[in-house]
Design a protein around this ligand. Structure first.
Ligand code: HPA
Ligand code: ZN
Length: 326
């Protein structure tokens, strides 16, 4: 299939990727063993068999369990480097990755341990391959505003390594407005702002993200399509949607890849991009996401190019760097 070959060869960016969601079972078992941590599943096969989700929370329960074997700086380095090597081989030239500090702080893993491991891997990828990156610290929305503020405080010595803040974890019941003040403080520190919105949550959460929080991007955004005025507003403000096709399928945000709305988003003039979210859990990395769209929808070459181009323009690269990639 020439479109598949083309999508693999295109230079791509990844704008929605949780580094803890790149934890492959084999690597998880290896790190668990070296750290003397017991996993709830006794084999790689048993763990993989549990990757059957009916919603976001099913996945999150396993995701937090999986990350619990990460203890030392080298663990964060190895995890990040394995992901970067993988996507380098898929012609991904720029990544903007989330990490979830609170998912590690709660287990006694210090902020500096986490960020040093991740940062050093990002630096090494740039030295080795010229792959550029941004790092986004994500607040866990099921936790309190106070906990988010404590996390922001811990981040202050590392602001030179952090480009923005995000909002992830259990969406329904935890609207963006819960974190308005944390986002305001983040912005005043010079951080960019994005948030998961409209994955499971209603269009109102997307409105809150754009009008109250003032996000520069919307992570997922699928449910924005239920509200015509919202669609027009996202379009007028030229906000990028970081769409995650295989994630949407695995978490039952869409029932069939044939029904995935990404083509509809493009047709509406929305700035959609393709991303893998948590590739180790959702059945594929960047190229698998494109391949699945090609196999299951009648997506055209022009649409594929548009998606890849949107990934450049919607990134947080400097404008002159974007121009170099276009
Ligand atoms: N949604 C919300 N929280 C997450 C996700 C997601 O897709 N991945 C990791 N944390
Ligand atoms: Zn996500």
């Amino acid at each position: 299939n020439t479109l598949i070959e083309l999508s693999k060869a295109m230079p791509k960016t990844e704008l929605h990727l949780h580094i803890e969601g790149t934890f492959e079972p084999e690597q998880m078992f290896a790190i668990a063993q070296r750290n003397n941590v017991e996993l709830k599943y006794s084999t790689v096969e048993a763990l993989k068999a549990a990757y059957q989700f009916t919603n976001l929370q099913d996945f999150l329960d396993l995701y937090y369990q999986g990350m619990s074997v990460l203890l030392h700086e080298v663990d964060f380095y190895d995890l990040t480097m394995a992901y970067l090597e993988k996507v380098h081989s898929e012609n991904v030239v720029h990544v903007e990755i989330f990490f979830d500090p609170q998912g590690h702080l709660s287990r006694g893993v210090a902020f500096d341990v986490q960020i040093k491991g991740i940062h050093n891997a990002l630096q090494d990828a740039e030295k080795k391959w010229g792959m550029t990156s941004k790092l986004i610290m994500s607040f866990l929305r099921h936790l309190s505003e106070e906990s988010a503020f404590e996390t922001l405080e811990l981040a202050k010595p590392y602001l030179a390594w952090i480009d923005g803040v995000g909002l992830d974890s259990s969406e329904v019941g935890h609207p963006p407005e819960k974190f308005l003040r944390v986002f305001e403080s983040s912005k005043s520190l010079g951080l960019k702002v994005t948030a998961h919105a409209g994955e499971e949550g209603p269009p109102d959460y997307v409105w809150q993200a754009i009008d109250q929080v003032g996000v520069e991007r919307i992570d997922h955004g699928n449910r924005a399509l239920e509200d015509d005025k919202l669609i027009q507003t996202i379009k007028q403000r030229n906000l990028t949607l970081t769409v995650c096709p295989l994630s949407n399928l695995k978490l039952c945000v869409v029932n069939d890849m044939k029904d995935h709305p990404i083509k509809q988003m493009l047709a509406l003039g929305l700035h959609a991009t393709v991303n893998s979210d948590d590739p180790a859990y959702f059945g594929g990395y960047m190229n698998d996401n494109y391949t699945s769209l090609i196999r299951n929808t009648n997506i055209s070459k022009e649409e594929l190019f548009q998606l890849a181009k949107n990934g450049i323009t919607g990134s947080w690269m400097a404008e002159d760097t974007k121009a170099m990639h276009l």
